[in-house]
Design a protein around this ligand. Structure first.
Ligand code: HXC
Length: 284
């Protein structure tokens, strides 16, 4: 089934801006990750989608490849971001088969609703391991390739092409605190901190590293999980200042901006894409 472009990408972006570039994304078969990948592939990139499930990952890769004739989208399943060696092998395979890694999205995440009293030490650790350690492992496995990409694509580049961009998926919960999400709040706060350090250490090599913090995005797994809690739902839906839920396209467009020539000087920060929802989250 062909999805109209307007559903996953703004008409303002020019076709081909990511030609000959390669995206490496963990969690790329999830609802937000596949939206980000679809947008970049539409605009010319090839991609490697990394995930735990072989079936889900390969299916998403096949579907995304349909958005542009000639697109190469590789689904590499059986990779857990908690296992550095499997991630490193996937990054090496991506470069071997597609030629480079120019953009990285550390998107894999784990979440469930639980109060602190309902979290075993291992439950808290599971989310820290997937989100924070998984993001660290993704950085560690791909940073040499991002440095190479940045050296081939100076920032800014007169030709307008870009490379050496790293983006993590964060959240806004740690700005205010969020009931039933202490584990995710802690994990995402650490991710934001980590991205700032990557910017400091690798900015001089031409790499940019940022977090993207989505708000309540309709139709995603995260929303399905969080909306099952009455308490969380109340906090999430009450008066989003922009007056609507976010869409996967909102996140895809923000990603395109950060990876494009327009995002050259955005480094070491978090782009919040939530309709200002965080300012009222948690019942404020
Ligand atoms: C309390 C729970 C729990 C729950 C699991 N645990 N679910 N504790 N309440 N609802 C506990 C388990 O009992 C166990 O602790 C520990 O967590 C690890 O669970 P496992 O199932 O063994 O771990 P694992 O198979 O690795 O699964 C990790 C997971 C799972 C995070 C628990 O949900 C997962 O794999 N999720 C990946 C997909 C996902 O969550 N996507 C949503 C992303 S959305 P014990 O002590 O018993 O060993 C997202 C949105 C962020 O992140 C917000 C954006 C706005």
């Amino acid at each position: 089934m062909t999805i109209p472009r307007s559903e996953y990408l703004s008409p303002v972006w020019a076709d081909g801006i990511f030609a000959n570039r390669v995206l490496f994304i963990t969690g790329g078969a999830g609802s937000i990750g596949s939206g980000q990948t679809r947008a970049l592939v539409h605009l010319g990139a090839n991609a490697c989608i990394i995930g735990r499930s072989v079936e889900k990952t390969e299916k998403a890769a096949k579907e995304i490849a349909l958005v542009r004739p000639g697109a190469k989208v590789l689904g590499i399943g059986n990779v857990d971001v908690r296992n550095f060696d499997s991630l490193k092998a996937a990054a090496d395979r991506c470069v071997k088969e597609l030629g480079s890694i120019d953009y990285v999205i550390a998107g894999a995440a784990g979440n469930f609703i639980a109060p602190i009293s309902g979290l075993s030490p291992n439950a808290f650790k599971a989310v820290i391991d997937i989100d924070t350690i998984g993001t660290f492992n993704t950085i560690k496995a791909t940073i040499p390739y991002l440095i190479e990409s940045a050296s081939r694509n100076p920032n800014p580049n007169p030709s307008g092409t870009t490379g050496g961009r790293l983006l993590s998926t964060s959240a806004t919960f740690h700005y205010t605190g969020m009931p039933l999400q202490s584990h995710v709040s802690a994990a995402k706060a650490a991710i934001d901190s980590l991205m700032g350090n990557v910017a400091l250490e690798y900015g001089p090599f031409g790499v940019t590293a940022n977090s993207l913090a989505p708000g309540a995005i309709a139709g995603t797994e995260g929303m399905a999980r969080l909306a099952s809690s009455e308490l969380t739902q109340k906090g999430q839906t009450k008066g989003i200042p922009s007056g609507r839920w976010g869409t996967v396209r909102d996140i895809a467009d923000a990603t395109v901006y950060l990876f494009s020539d327009a995002g050259n000087y955005v480094n070491g920060t978090t782009l919040i894409v939530d309709g200002a929802g965080w300012r009222r989250q948690g019942g404020a």
